[in-house]
Design a protein around this ligand. Structure first.
Ligand SMILES: NC(=O)CC[C@H](N)C(=O)O
Length: 405
């Protein structure tokens, strides 16, 4: 008879001193919080240890895209959806736009054991994919308890471990969790930005053809890559842009030399204020040159910083595929994909910034536009992947507004 989920779930939080030797020896995976709480479970994916900020994601599907999203670098993702693995993994759902960007999420935590794939699109089992990406995973964990703790106490630093032989070094995990640097003040985009500038060819996915080719003519959009998600590039191409990706370290002069009709400031991991230390000069230079700009997520936060506003660390963050966002201009509510742990402080926005979107979960800022420059910016993920496509039109609107190059 197959094991029930209840039998697989041992992972209530305990402290190391309260665990018996037999319990520790029976576990092949563990999640350890910086306060010393230990959740024992089963290891999966890559063996070894990983440390990062623990966040929860409520998406019911799209787990490959989530863990492949470079914005999750330095984070361990706890899925609230219990069953992981049904869809498996496939090359078409890759969200890393460059080899460097494959260093995304460092860990995954789930309630049930990872199941074998049952999708016609699967090319690989999810567990194999996790291992191939170096993602350490722990299953059999009481993810509801973990999520409640994040909701109440904020996102903790954790160390997770997977030891195939059952010899978990919990003392080491406790030490790693305690030493782990918090997300505030961390610059992680240099780890996941593409090394070289270059064109991007593929556009939207359609069944049964797969990805379409991007256009050969049309406005040229330079994307400043801080760990850009591939579907942002595909959506820009799908909306009619010729897409040229440049490393996030590029200067405003480098960007202007490309003669772009528009510039996108991408999503990415880490603390926007820290990345802003080298990126803000470029973003300001591009805005001041009068080039139309679209910001997405980290890009949104950094544009806010570039115009003199502030960003703040959120308590639990927004990570999911069902977040309601109100478009203040149209009054319409869009259900969107979200992934951020920092937010723009609305009260710090200067007079020339008009708020355009707001989260209906907690009222935080989700978008603004400048009244004196062609700049629009959103906190959520209009490219979805995974998630609903309610905000796809952000790309058509931006590309459609650009003068033909
Ligand atoms: N998806 C993103 O671009 C994330 C932005 C930023 N790292 C945050 O967590 O808020």
């Amino acid at each position: 008879m197959s094991e029930t989920i209840e039998n697989q779930v041992r992972g209530k939080s305990r402290f190391l001193k309260d665990l018996s030797r037999a319990e520790i020896e029976a576990a092949t995976g563990a999640v350890v919080l910086a306060d010393g709480s230990v959740f024992l479970g089963q290891g999966a994916g890559a063996t070894g240890t990983a440390t990062g900020e623990l966040c929860f994601n409520t998406a019911m599907t799209g787990h490959q895209e989530i863990l492949a999203d470079p914005s999750y670098a330095g984070q361990v993702v706890c899925f609230t959806f219990p069953h992981i693995g049904n869809v498996g993994a496939n090359q078409e759902d890759e969200e890393a736009a460059s080899d460097q960007a494959r260093r995304a999420a460092v860990g995954m935590v789930s309630r049930a054991k990872i199941t074998p794939p049952a999708s016609w699109r699967a090319e690989q089992g999810f567990e194999e994919w996790l291992a191939s990406r170096g993602i350490v995973a722990v299953t059999g964990i009481d993810t509801r308890t973990l999520t409640r703790r994040i909701r109440e106490e904020g996102m903790p630093m954790v160390a997770i471990g997977h030891a195939r032989d059952g010899r978990l070094d919990l003392d080491k995990l406790v030490a790693l969790a305690k030493e782990a640097p918090t997300m505030e003040g961390r610059e992680l985009t240099r780890e996941v930005t593409g090394a070289a500038a270059g064109g991007w060819q593929s556009a939207d996915w359609k069944w049964p053809e797969g990805y379409a080719e991007g256009p050969k003519s049309g406005p040229k959009v330079v994307v400043l890559d801080y760990g850009v998600k591939a579907n942002i590039l595909r959506r820009l191409a799908g909306a009619g842009a010729r897409v040229h990706v440049m490393p996030g370290s590029s200067s405003a002069e480098d960007v202007i030399r490309e003669k772009p009709d528009g510039v996108v400031v991408s999503n990415g991991p880490g603390d926007p204020a820290e990345t802003g230390k080298f990126a803000l000069a470029t973003i300001r230079g591009v805005i001041e040159a009068g080039i139309p700009v679209l910001g997405i997520c980290l890009g949104h936060q950094m544009i806010a910083l570039a115009i003199g506003a502030k960003t703040v660390k959120m308590t639990q963050g927004h990570h999911g595929a069902n977040h309601p966002v109100k478009n203040i201009e149209t009054g319409q509510v869009e259900i969107v994909s979200m992934n951020h742990g920092f937010a723009v402080d609305r009260d710090s926005l200067p007079d020339n910034a008009k708020e355009t979107h707001v989260s209906l979960f907690d009222g935080t800022n989700c978008g603004f536009m400048l009244t004196d420059k062609p700049v629009t910016s959103v906190q959520h993920h209009p490219e979805a992947s995974p998630g609903p496509q309610d905000s796809f039109a952000v790309f058509e609107k931006f590309v459609g507004s650009l003068a033909r190059g």
